[in-house]
Design a protein around this ligand. Structure first.
Ligand code: HEM
Length: 232
């Protein structure tokens, strides 16, 4: 077991497992945040007005103990992913000029693979800003409230809408983050599957296509949210 933490294959395995875990988080996070754009819809047998669907979903998430329990796990996942990415990058710099897992492929994917660390670092900078924008505000400041179906809850929607409505720059930063995330995922998703052993020849090319489609859907999905507020 000690080997996992001390050799480069072990580092890649930790990157792959934590990366797949983070991908799962991103899918849930995206699905949840896309409800920010559903503000006058008929769903689940009722009409949802401005912010009602998002606030109800956010309230459900925050008041479900199992989901709250995921928070420290998620933080640990991010920390491991970042620490091991740094270790691999430093090791590769010492041993050879090109980063790990670079193989022949299409331009988007091979460009991303060489720049995984830079893209990841850009995402880290975005995350610091992002946590301060929302997570910190939601947890440590007094939030506006709203009542939906007789239940009093935080009006998280209004805080998010205010940020995007008040600043074109923030909209652009969040859209750029979607693009950076897409580039990071276009390589990371495929590479993770390969590392955990799903690497027979037939599947390598399929996984590449799946990764790129997935990356565009997730990155594009996140970018649509600030775009929605920008053009509304
Ligand atoms: C338009 C895009 C996005 C929106 C509107 C958004 C919204 C939010 C909100 C409202 C929270 C606070 C949740 C809470 O504390 O209850 C949050 C937290 C967080 N977001 Fe995002 N997010 C976006 C994109 C991203 C991206 C691209 C990433 C990762 C690369 C990300 C990673 C996180 C993390 C790690 C947290 C802290 C954990 C959590 O509270 O669930 N977000 N986001």
């Amino acid at each position: 077991m000690g080997g996992i933490f001390s050799n480069s294959v072990g580092h890649k395995l930790v990157m792959a497992i934590t990366g797949l875990f983070l991908i799962l988080f991103l899918v849930v996070h995206l699905a949840m945040n896309l409800t920010l754009t559903l503000n006058d819809v008929f769903l689940f047998g009722r009409h949802w007005g401005e912010g009602e669907l998002f606030n109800t979903a956010a309230h459900f998430m925050i008041s479900t103990p199992l989901i709250r329990l995921m928070e420290p796990l998620l933080a640990a996942g991010f920390i491991f992913h970042i620490v091991y990415a740094t270790l691999i990058t430093l090791r590769n710099r010492r041993h050879r000029p090109v980063s790990y897992a670079v193989r022949a492929g299409n331009h988007l994917s091979s460009w991303s693979s060489k720049n995984m660390y830079i893209l990841g670092f850009a995402l880290l900078l975005f995350l610091v800003l992002h946590i301060w924008n929302f997570f910190y505000k939601f947890r440590y400041t007094t939030m506006p409230e709203t009542v939906i179906d007789g239940v009093t809850m935080d009006n998280s929607y209004v805080v998010i809408a205010e940020l995007f409505n008040s600043s074109v720059l923030y909209c652009l930063i969040y859209m750029l983050a979607g693009l950076v995330l897409a580039l990071h995922l276009s390589h990371g998703f495929w590479s993770a599957f390969q590392t955990v052993g799903w690497n027979n020849l037939k599947w390598i090319s399929r996984l590449r296509v799946i990764s790129i489609v997935f990356a565009i859907l997730v990155g594009g999905g996140f970018a649509i949210i600030p775009l929605y507020f920008l053009i509304r």
